[in-house]
Write a protein that binds this ligand. Sequence first.
Ligand SMILES: [Zn+2]
Length: 323
Amino acid sequence: MKKVIAVDLGATNLRVGLFENSRPVADPVTFPTPRSPCNAMDITSILADRIRQVLRISGTTEIEGIGISAAGPVDHRDGSVVSPPNIPLARIPLESPLKAEFGAPVRIINDCHAGILGEVYFGDLSSEKNAVYLTMSTGIGAGIISGGKILLGNRGNAGEVGHFFVDDRYNCTCGCGFPGHWEAYASGRFLPEFFTRWCADNGIAPGWVRDMVPEQVFSLVRKNREKFEGFLEDLGLINARGISNIVVAYEPAHMIMDGSVVRENTDLILPFIGKYADRFLPLPSIDISGLGSSAPLLGASIIASGYNTLIGNFLPEDCGRTG
Ligand SMILES: [Zn+2]
């Protein structure tokens, strides 16, 4: 029986699951993502501890592979994560140390590519040839299949759509340092900041803004809908610009949206996309993921068995690996 470990290294949570023949053996175990490590090896050793814990619970001693879905850019040349959100490190090499620790191949992809892989194998994209998986969570990013194959880019980071330029009115600055990027307005990390800026620029007293999280912003907006309707309109226009860019760039037939920001506030987000999106090309059908935020973990379980998948090879041979 083929057992593999799948890891979803997100900005907030680290989830680890054991899969056997592409099925979860038990519910994945969730841990908080470590945030204040001294160095990269601390993260690797915490991750190894969590994996050992999951193996111990199930009485498993041997695995055939480890698949890691990681938030943030990845570098396939050395199997590392680059500047992950919420972890103050420039680079975390994962592949080599975990391979040495568990004696099994370790494969790594970014979480949006893992997400679309999860949707193809376990969700609503099994028969789609042209589709986009868009996550609006701590960050914003996409996984794209075109003509039935994944778009990877030079080092495996194609689809970083959170850095599309979408606004020059509020000039919010993105985590990457540039102004006007989609993520600087609508991601979980920056939405509260945009809300504060919007209130100041529009002469509206927000009521309560200190250290808000997105859910508190949306809760405030729900309770004072009339007062903050303009915020929903401006946020909706910004989201629609991002979606419009995706549509003209990739012409998907189907778009799956995922991530806590959109999952928990679908009613406040989707109507404005329909209202403001350009129609140069028709809007695709847009659905919320039916996988309950597990698409990246499920995708990681597929990559654990090998880079060659239904929608392409996630590690191109010419990607310039160093080892
Ligand atoms: Zn950016």
